[in-house]
Design a protein around this ligand. Structure first.
Ligand code: Q9C
Ligand code: ZN
Length: 664
């Protein structure tokens, strides 16, 4: 696996600007780049990246997407005076040219391709291009919406021809519809394009009928264009994350791309004068983190819009931090998507259900009357923040914590033969077994062997370090997972955990204390035992059976059930207990573990049977270096799996609202 994060930035791309009065174009300013870069420096992120120089894109590269005639027009703007520039600009919609536009557009595209080359060659794992002009509105022969060349679309064609990539996912989280990308790949099944965008039933720019959820692609490309129109402003963290769980991610995992390109526009963030949305910067860390689990981590972020300079630069910083593998800050806000978002999600799922097996067995139907239709001035759902700069200043202080000095602390016998990641540190402090004896006596009267006492003692020490953020996460090997987990959960609650999320994989003899007071939420993925079960909203069961040979469909359970449940709950600590593994494979557990790190600031304890060597080694890699492996291949879920999961969801989703994907 490759490592490292590429960063492309060059201030020369600030050498063009709007030369006349045009309120529509005035927001696209050179400072967008310098502010973003400055903020990355403030957070000391630039030095941690592999900085790459920009280069000019060649004519051959530009014409992978654009017509030679259009290239000539752009070229000719180099020598124009202001009147001619203005005249040429007016031929297009929301576009402006400057004498340096051509040069900068070539650098912007060339910079994009630099990141793609670095990622595809394996020099780095992922990367980001801080560039302007943006690209996603630009079309074969047209400038549009501040865009000159379609950077991301050319990047996709380039990756196909240079690296023979068969499947590319483009995620467009800019608040505008990237209609340029849609037009270019509409009939191309090798590119899956996803865009969410402010739409308001077509009343928002670019006011296109084809931005609605029912434009699903054409001919061979049918099913490979996903539009998620937002019919109200004020969409926030819960709406965006629900869109990922219920629309993008299941299809993306079924698609199984070899490369992911993101049209990373941040006008979908809070305070943006174009978007009027409410998502806070850490939301983009979560979106990035989830996408890092596709395509073996090959992820390229290409800047598009984003016009509130402070919001833009905080969002860019959160994105780069996450690419570098830093812990993802806990998401803020109530984790409950709004009604209008659910209507859009429901309709997008319905429109795509004929094309994607992961949607086939699920209940989908169309919203006949969309509730916001005909409302002239839809009200923002969240009271608008009066001073966004001030809000962000405080918000970032609140959510960002110093990075724990240790990433992964391992509680294991001092001499072990495991092959562990370099970032894993063995818990070596000397302990007395007295505290462990006391803690265990609550759960068992049996005579306990020295080994278990020693391991539980060390675990108690490690839990203190976890709670006090001396370590990000922790692995405990145990000869008795049940007992160790029971002690760990009791201890974490005693140390002040208010929402402890427990996932148990396999059949444990003894359940940790399920308190039913809201302080614990426990999900069991049983092995082969039929469990006596009492229904509670704080105890969930996931019956799941993978047949190990044909690829896994566990991603379906993750995005339909486990992660929405976890995100609804917003735990402060997580325990993952792994007993006897029968029902799901090592890669499934690795994917689950890696994604769960997006919650609880990464504070996660894994308790695992000491004999499961392969799983221990895999999880130590995942915990010490998030998303350091390929998780696929995948296959779509069976009908029975979907149906039993649906039954389990019926009651739970009334309380845990991120589970819901139908508007009621
Ligand atoms: N008030 C990008 O974000 N103006 N382009 C819309 C609606 C055009 C946005 C006017 C916005 C173009 C890359
Ligand atoms: Zn935009």
């Amino acid at each position: 696996m490759s490592s490292g994060t590429a960063l492309v930035y060059d201030e020369e791309m600030m050498s063009y600007r709007l030369l006349w009065d045009d309120p529509e174009c005035a927001i696209e300013v050179p400072e967008r780049l310098s502010c973003s870069y400055k903020r990355l420096q403030d957070y000391d992120l630039v030095n941690r990246c592999v900085q790459l120089p920009v280069r000019e894109a060649t004519e051959e590269e530009i014409t992978l997407v654009h017509s030679p005639e259009y290239l000539d027009v752009v070229k000719s703007t180099q020598t124009m005076d202001v009147d001619e520039l203005k005249k040429t600009s007016k031929k297009y919609i929301a576009a402006y040219f400057h004498q340096n536009s051509y040069r900068c557009a070539k650098l912007s595209l060339g910079g994009t391709l630099q990141v793609v080359d670095a990622v595809m060659s394996g020099d780095v794992r992922n990367g980001m291009a801080l560039i302007r002009p943006p690209g996603h509105h630009s079309q074969q022969s047209e400038s549009n919406g501040f865009c000159v060349f379609n950077n991301v679309a050319v990047a996709a064609e380039y990756a196909k021809s240079k690296y023979n990539v068969q499947r590319i996912l483009i995620v467009d989280w800019d608040v505008h519809h990237g209609q340029g990308i849609q037009y270019i790949f509409e009939d191309d099944p090798s590119v899956l394009y996803f865009s969410w965008h402010r739409y308001e039933h077509g009343s928002f720019w670019p006011n296109l009928r084809e931005s609605d959820y029912d434009s699903i692609g054409k001919d061979k490309g049918a099913g490979y264009n996903i539009n998620l129109p937002w019919n109200q402003v004020g969409m926030g963290n819960a709406d965006y994350i629900a869109a990922f769980f219920h629309v993008l991610l299941p299809m993306a995992f079924e698609f199984n791309p070899e490369l992911v390109l993101v049209s990373a526009g941040y006008d979908s963030g809070i305070g943006d004068p174009e978007g009027h949305m409410c998502a806070t910067p850490e939301c983009f860390a979560h979106l990035t983190h989830m996408l890092m689990h596709l395509a073996g981590g090959k992820l390229c972020m290409i800047l598009e819009g984003g016009y509130h300079l402070r919001c833009l630069s905080e969002c860019v910083s959160m994105t780069v931090r996450t690419l570098l593998g830093d812990p993802v800050p806990r998401i803020s806000g109530e984790m409950k998507p709004c009604h209008s978002a659910l209507e859009s999600i429901q309709n997008a799922r319905h429109a795509h259900s004929p094309y994607w097996k992961c949607l086939l067995h699920d209940e989908t139907r169309l919203v006949q009357e969309i509730s916001t239709k005909g409302l002239s001035a839809p009200k923002p759902l969240i009271a608008e923040v009066a001073n966004v700069d001030e809000f962000l200043e405080n918000h970032m202080k609140k959510i960002l914590h110093p990075k724990p000095p240790i990433t992964t602390l391992l509680v294991a016998p001092a001499e072990n033969t495991l092959h562990l990641h370099g970032g894993v540190q063995l818990e070596e402090d000397t302990v007395t077994t007295e505290q462990a004896t006391n803690a265990l006596s609550v759960f068992t009267q049996d005579q306990l062997n020295e080994n278990l006492l020693n391991s539980v003692s060390k675990m108690l020490l490690a839990l203190h370090k976890l709670v006090h953020r001396k370590t990000r996460n922790c692995i405990t090997l145990s000869s008795n997972v049940s007992l160790s987990t029971a002690v760990a959960s009791q201890q974490l609650l005693a140390l002040g955990s208010e929402r402890l999320f427990i996932v148990i994989i396999g059949d444990v003899d003894r359940k940790p204390e399920i308190t039913n007071d809201g302080k614990t939420l426990c999900v069991t993925i049983p092995g082969d035992k039929i469990l006596e079960r009492a229904y509670s909203q704080y105890q969930a069961f996931l019956k799941w059976q993978e047949s190990p040979h044909e690829g896994s469909s566990f991603f379906y359970a993750l995005f339909r059930f486990l992660l929405p449940l976890a995100y609804s709950y917003q735990p402060d600590f997580i325990i993952l207990a792994i007993e006897r593994i029968k029902s799901i494979g090592t890669k499934d557990i690795a994917l689950l573990t890696s994604l769960l790190q997006g919650l609880s600031d990464g504070a996660l304890l894994t308790v695992i049977t000491e004999t499961e060597e392969e799983t221990i080694e895999t999880l130590s890699n995942v915990l010490a270096d998030s998303a350091s492996m390929s998780f696929g291949p995948y296959r779509p879920p069976d009908k029975e799996c979907v149906e039993s999961l649906t039954v389990e969801l019926t009651d739970l989703q009334t309380k845990w609202r991120m589970l819901q994907c139908l508007a009621k």
